[in-house]
Structures are given as structure tokens and as C-alpha cells.
Write a protein that binds this ligand. Structure first.
Ligand SMILES: NC(=O)c1ccc[n+]([C@@H]2O[C@H](COP(=O)([O-])OP(=O)(O)OC[C@H]3O[C@@H](n4cnc5c(N)ncnc54)[C@H](O)[C@@H]3O)[C@@H](O)[C@H]2O)c1
Length: 260
């Protein structure tokens, strides 16, 4: 009886998920978690080669997997991605927006191009994907959207010179809340996950640097960065019926960084 409840509530059998930035570290972990919970998963990325590697792992796990090339900064590319997933899988129940980039340049010297690059991928790209897939979800009156924001959407990373990144992630959190309000009537839930420092190939050079490690020990109650796998449980929870009364929430996974 108890097991049936958990399988029904947390299970994703028969669901179709689309993970943007799915070729990256966090997108990959989330895509695999959704597949393990029973979902078929389309993996989209600017790097179709990376997306293909993850799609193959999903197929290896016994689910349907699909790799799709996308540039989230171009709405026609995003709409083509949605169309490709629909023609392969028929519908989309779950959208994870994980495509994103960062940058570190003092604001007074930041070029128009650098500002626009980060805003275009992190914020505008997330909007394009929500709009494109959300329109399809509205037709079926069903869906769960999870935007990967960041703790940098609510706090500033000391010394990181990343005003564009912080602004983009703050924007993603408010975009999430606005869409949650607009689409609740269509039975579509929209939430965001805000990770703190997570150990990924891209962040390792920074977070393994001795002075940063010392900083993180004092700046984070748990004293360490997280791993991509530590996002898996929350992603499955938010995608599943177990979170059926949650929408517009921004959930931090940061080892306690933001409590200090
Ligand atoms: N790693 C962390 O510590 C951390 C912390 C907080 C938030 N995040 C957020 O999590 C998300 C994933 O980060 P990650 O660590 O997996 O980084 P990552 O670089 O491993 O993955 C990001 C993916 O996005 C893709 N991408 C970039 N530009 C794109 C575009 N225009 N169109 C389509 N895809 C594009 C990249 O090809 C890459 O595969 C990002 O939004 C990031 O801001 C990461």
C-alpha cells in the first residue's frame, strides 16, 4: 500500500520530459533522474554531441531518449525543438530549463555583448522555452515546468563580478512566479530550483582553488559544494504529482549558503 502511494506520487512512468541544456552537468543528472523515475526524455542542447551522449544513456536505462539541437536564444530554433519532440513523443509533460552560462567581468567594464549574451541565454532563452512548450501544455491542460535558476538570483556571489548572471537568475525566479500565476488555471505548475555552488567540470577550477575552498568552508554551513546528483531528488519531486500543490516556488539547494 505504502509502496503504491510512492510509485503513484513520485513515479513518472508514461510521462515525457524535455531537458534543455541537457548535455551539461546539471541537465544530465536531472535527465537521468527523470528517466530512472520512469520518464521518456528528450535532451536538447547547443552541443548536440553532448545531448546525444545523454540520450544514449537514457536509452541504456531502458527509456526512450532523443537528442535535439537547439539555440535557446533564437525563438525559431526553440519552436523547432518543441516540434521535433512532439513529433517523436506526441506530447510533453515536463520541461526542465537548464541551459545557461555565467561570466565574470566587473560591471564598469562589461561590454554590451557580454551583458546581452548572458541575459539572452539565461533569461530570454528560458522565456522562449517556457512559451513554446507551455503553449503545447495549455492545449492538454497539464504540465510541470522547472526552471534552473540559482542562489545568485537572491544573493550576490561575493567578489564574482557577475551582475549580468545575478540579474538573469533573479529574472528567472520572477518569470517562474509570473507564469505560475498565469498558467495555474491550465493545470500547469511552474517552479524553480536555485542551486548554490555545485561541483561540475566548469566550476571545479574555481571551487577547487585553495583560497575558494577555504572561503566556502566558512561561507557555507555544510562547508562543501554540492554534487549534480544532489539535485536529482528535488527535480523528480517537482516534476511528479508528489508536488501537486506547489507552484511559483523557488527552492534553494545550497548547503545553507543563503542562511548566513
Ligand atoms: N554548476 C553550478 O554550480 C550552478 C549553480 C547554480 C545554477 N546553475 C545553473 O544550472 C544550469 C546548468 O549549469 P551546469 O553547471 O550544468 O552548466 P553546463 O555548462 O555544464 O551546462 C549548461 C548547458 O547549457 C548549454 N547551452 C549554453 N548556451 C546554450 C544555448 N544558447 N542554447 C542551448 N543550450 C545552451 C551548454 O551547451 C551546456 O551543455 C545553468 O542555468 C546554471 O546557471 C549552475
Amino acid at each position: 500500500m505504502a509502496n503504491a502511494f510512492f510509485e503513484d506520487a513520485f513515479g513518472l512512468s508514461g510521462r515525457v520530459a524535455l531537458v534543455t541544456g541537457g548535455g551539461g552537468a546539471l541537465g544530465r543528472a536531472i535527465a537521468l533522474a527523470l528517466a530512472r523515475a520512469g520518464a521518456d526524455v528528450a535532451v536538447s542542447d547547443y552541443s548536440v554531441k553532448d545531448a546525444e551522449t545523454v540520450a544514449q544513456a537514457i536509452i541504456g536505462a531502458g527509456r526512450r531518449g532523443l537528442a535535439v539541437e537547439v539555440d535557446v536564444t533564437r525563438s525559431n530554433s526553440v519552436d523547432a525543438m518543441t516540434k521535433e519532440v512532439l513529433s517523436a513523443f506526441g506530447h510533453i509533460d515536463i520541461l526542465i530549463n537548464s541551459a545557461g552560462v555565467s561570466g565574470h567581468i566587473p560591471a564598469e567594464g562589461m561590454s554590451d555583448e557580454e551583458w546581452n549574451r548572458v541575459i539572452a541565454i539565461n533569461l530570454t532563452g528560458t522565456f522562449y522555452c517556457c512559451r513554446s512548450v507551455g503553449s503545447e501544455m495549455i492545449k492538454r491542460e497539464k504540465g510541470s515546468i522547472i526552471n534552473i535558476a540559482s542562489m545568485s538570483g537572491i544573493i550576490v556571489n561575493k567578489g564574482s563580478n557577475n551582475a549580468h548572471y545575478c540579474a538573469s537568475k533573479g529574472g528567472v525566479i520572477m518569470l517562474t512566479k509570473s507564469l505560475a500565476e498565469q498558467w495555474a488555471k491550465h493545470n500547469i505548475r511552474v517552479n524553480s530550483i536555485s542551486p548554490g555552488y555545485i561541483r561540475t567540470p566548469l566550476s571545479i577550477p574555481v571551487i577547487e582553488e585553495p583560497s575558494f575552498r577555504a572561503f566556502l568552508k566558512t561561507a557555507t554551513p555544510m562547508g562543501r559544494p554540492g554534487s549534480p546528483e544532489e539535485l536529482m531528488g528535488l527535480a523528480v519531486f517537482l516534476a511528479s504529482d508528489a508536488s501537486s500543490f506547489m507552484t511559483g516556488s523557488n527552492i534553494l539547494i545550497d548547503g545553507g549558503y543563503t542562511v548566513l
